[in-house]
Design a protein around this ligand. Sequence first.
Ligand code: MG
Ligand code: MG
Length: 250
Amino acid sequence: MITIKSPREIEIMARAGRIVAETLLLLRAEVRPGMSTEDMDQIAEAFIRSHPGATPSFKGLYGFPKTLCTSINEEIVHGIPSHARVLREGSIVSVDVGVYLEGLHADSATTIPVGEVSPEAARLLQVTKRCLVAGVAQASHGNYVGDIGHAVQQVAEAAGFGVVRELVGHGIGSEFHEEPQIPNFGAPKRGRRLLDGMTVAIEPMITAGSPVTKTLGDKWTVVTADGSLSAHFENTVAITRDGPRILTTV
Ligand code: MG
Ligand code: MG
């Protein structure tokens, strides 16, 4: 079911979204070679819980054990933070985080370079960020879900990169994952209509090589089947008559 949020609910989601955005900024400032993904998780959880009433959305969601998803290099999404996973110079780490506040969720992701990265990795990050911007720009009242996916796909494929098909964006609100699904591919004017008061997580997952995925033995971590790098950027956005409003921002 697609839920339409009241202005009051959207303001709560914007407050949750601000905590999400600040968490990602904090991690971007803290990330360095030698840090483990468990260190990142502890920083994020403490920061989120320092805000009265705010809790990490992911902890316990479908049984996920941590506050963050941390996905390094060929890992696309859903990597589990661990002391054993230490960031190396030249890696990229995708960080996904959600915050639950006063009955509503907000969800955002970014991919952070660890020290100096290769020109290919830097270009992947830049293009994936542009995919997100292009997708968000279509998130207006009266447009269609397909307009978002088409915009993302155009930017990614023009750059020679792959668009992951098996994982998609989603509606978000009192449930973390709501309808409609928001694929990162598609045709203009197809799929569900976007309406004032809908809130959606738009989240391109883009690969430097083939977009075919596989899931590791931990049952969570999704990686590129060919081992190529992957990046992930995400915002939670409110559809309004005045255009998209990004809720996961400072
Ligand atoms: Mg997310
Ligand atoms: Mg999401």
